[in-house]
Design a binder for this molecule. Structure first.
Ligand code: ADP
Length: 648
């Protein structure tokens, strides 16, 4: 499978394209619950920023009133708004008043900053948590076809990258947005109020900087997209190679793979370098623009202070204190402008991520549970397939499947690879719904009962026994969480697993699974069987349960399986026919249809496909009719062709 196609292979695109305004939906669906937090955050943010603006202003006022004794407090902007009686008049009193205001602004400001951070962080973390758990819940209910290798990668990326990216905007982005808004509006109003003519001079570079930033975003965005795409390709290649390391080693293709990794890494390097070249030019250029603005304001304001109003439209006086305020404010004004670009960027990324998240959430489930579904009640455990047919997509994979298994009996499914054996049993577990016909358990259609009760009644032991990271005990009680220790031991004994578990370093408390102690295939299988024993289901599915183990282990497992299948309706798929020859009925599938049925003895008498398969396994290959060999070759060729067309 070529990793270059990763971008086109997008399972949720159709749903995503239908979403108009993902950010609005995010705020309406998830933001509402945390309205108090975000409101507190916004209010605190506004106050915190206003208090940030106070010290420079108070400093300017103090320069004029206290140090130059040029103007009274009561004549100064914005102190004119306060009643005269509140304002001190003496030099010393004014000095201490200034100290108190500046100190107070820092102290109270710090409190508001704390509240603001609490509000926004709480808002962002809660939404992130809710979105993540909802997405996961939805993902678990998606149809099985979404869980192929490539698509699980995509889902993992939605669950981690996209959900995490929301936080950046909800916290950092929104925080900056309010800070910038308050700074721009607050400083703008104050500057114009103090001296509108000099304000025009000081703010002259602002439109230029805004235009420049806009241009920068336009240029850098496609470059960032290129970086993301090349990083994705590189990761797929690395993942692919790590997964296939055995093949690489055994085919001696290390140099070839090193070259391929070199290529994708170089593409990533180029894309990144291209973006970096643009980015590192932007900030110095911005600095130059801001510098020009600063120098210009300094020249005009400075001359104004120690000479007179400069020639041109300028009139009136400018005091030293107010000149200082201008210089300090312009500095604070210019830089945040440059951050608008980042906020827009964060917003767009959050928007794209929300769209991907909602695309997954909106994916309709083909397996809708009937709202009136009842609990499945199993008595004898009779299972009937009534003329069932099914295809994963348009192509029919199994058809005319018609059989009855009486309660407690064992039905074996045999046949060549790809004949549809697993498919037939997936329908019983309702991993998929039948296209035609009906499957009934003790007379109840599997589509009319709750999925929970259905799956509770069926135990499944597959060929690759997956263990979760956790203790052996947790793996056995998985799904039967309230089992007692005694019951767990009993189940392990029945599965012939007790002995080896006792010999593990921590017995039943030994950690196993991906990061734990490595168990052999046969040991894992027996833990899985113990899980099935403990669950004590009415119906049991054994899907090539002994295919991956050696003969000795197979014997052990077979013994535990025999015990497990006693008195339970059992479906068994097996390649090794010796393991199912005692089944009450054997169905031979070929090309998705039932080719033969009967007991072992009856089928041998028939001398059909089963007889021939049995012959192959008994080592009687010389005696096979040519027709059987031809058919086997045809099937193998077809399988190879299918696999190749899947790869395209
Ligand atoms: P068996 O268990 O007899 O080996 P399966 O039931 O696994 O056969 O597969 C029967 C056919 O269905 C095969 O051609 C296989 O490629 C196809 N098939 C199996 N699973 C899927 C799937 N999830 N989506 C599409 N086709 C599938």
């Amino acid at each position: 499978m070529s990793s270059v196609e990763w971008e086109d292979d997008d399972p949720f695109e159709e749903q995503r394209d239908k979403i108009d305004n993902p950010m609005k939906r995010l705020f309406l669906a998830y933001g509402r619950d945390y309205l108090p937090q975000v409101s507190v955050g916004i209010v605190a943010s506004v106050f915190a920023r206003l208090l940030d603006l106070l010290p420079p202003l108070m400093l300017g006022i103090a320069i004029d009133a206290v140090f130059y004794e040029d103007a009274l407090f009561s004549e100064q902007i914005p102190l004119v708004l306060l009643p005269d009686a509140w304002l001190p008049t003496g030099q010393t009193e004014q000095f201490w008043f200034t100290v108190a205001v500046i100190g107070g602004a820092f102290g109270i400001g710090a409190g508001f900053h704390w509240v603001r951070n609490w509000g926004f962080n709480s808002f962002a973390q809660h939404i992130q948590h809710d979105v993540r758990t909802d997405t996961y819940d939805k993902m678990q209910r998606l149809n099985m076809e979404f869980f192929s290798d490539k698509q699980t990668g995509e889902m993992m990326s939605i669950l981690s990258n996209d959900v995490n990216r929301l936080e950046r905007f909800l916290n950092d982005g929104m925080n900056s947005l309010f800070r910038l808004s308050v700074m721009v509006v607050g400083i703008g109003v104050l500057l114009f109020w103090i001296n509108w003519q000099l304000a025009l001079v000081a703010l002259l570079p602002v439109p230029v900087i805004a235009g420049f930033t806009y241009m920068f975003i336009k240029i850098i965005q496609p470059k960032y997209a290129e970086v993301r795409s090349s990083v994705g390709k590189m990761n797929s290649r690395l993942e692919n190679n790590l997964g296939g390391i055995q093949v690489i080693k055994s085919s001696n293709t290390e140099p070839y793979e090193s070259d391929r990794v070199d290529d994708v890494s170089m593409d990533y390097f180029d894309a990144n370098w291209d973006a970096i070249r643009t980015r590192i030019k932007f900030f110095p250029a911005l600095r130059v623009l801001a510098g020009i603005g600063f120098v210009f304001t300094f020249v005009v304001g400075g001359l104004w202070v120690f000479q007179d109003a400069p020639p041109g439209p300028f009139t009136g006086d400018l005091s030293v204190g107010m000149f200082v305020v201008f210089i300090l404010y312009t500095q604070r004004f210019i830089w945040p402008m440059a951050q608008f670009g980042q906020i827009i960027n964060m917003y767009q990324r959050a928007r794209a991520s929300s769209a991907r998240i909602f695309g997954l959430m909106d994916e309709p489930s083909r397996l809708a549970e009937d709202p009136d579904a009842e609990e499945l009640v199993v008595g004898d455990g009779e299972v009937v397939y009534d003329d069932v047919s099914f295809g994963y997509d348009e192509e029919t994979i199994v058809s005319g499947i018609d059989f009855t298994v009486a309660g407690g009996e064992t039905l074996a499914l045999v046949g060549p690879t790809g004949a549809g054996k697993s498919t037939v049993l997936k329908l019983l577990l309702r991993m998929y719904d039948v296209d035609d016909g009906e499957i009934r358990i003790d007379g109840q259609d599997v589509r009319d009962v709750t999925l929970k009760s259905l799956r509770q009644s069926i135990g499944y032991v597959g060929q690759s026994s997956y263990l979760f990271y956790g203790t052996v005990r947790e793996n056995i009680t998985y799904g039967t969480f309230d089992a007692t220790d005694e019951a767990v031991r009993e189940a392990a004994r029945a599965a012939e697993a007790h002995e080896f578990i006792e010999n593990l370093p921590d017995g039943y408390d030994t950690m196993v699974g991906e990061r734990g102690v490595k168990l052999s295939g046969g040991q894992r299988q027996r833990v899985t069987i113990a899980r099935a024993v403990l669950k004590d289901p009415n119906i049991l599915i054994l899907d090539e349960a002994t295919s991956d183990v050696d003969t000795e282990t197979e014997m052990l497992i077979q013994r535990s399986l025999d015990r497990l299948t006693e008195d339970r309706t059992t479906f068994a798929i097996a390649h090794r026919l010796s393991t199912i020859k005692d089944a009450d009925t054997i169905l031979v599938l070929e090309g998705g249809e039932i080719a033969e049925r009967g007991t072992h003895a009856e089928l041998l008498d028939n001398d059909g496909l089963y007889g021939h398969l049995w012959g192959v396994q008994a080592g009687e290959i010389d005696e096979l009719p040519q027709e059987f060999i031809d058919r086997a070759q045809e099937r193998t060729a077809q399988l190879i062709e299918d696999a190749e067309s899947d790869d395209d």
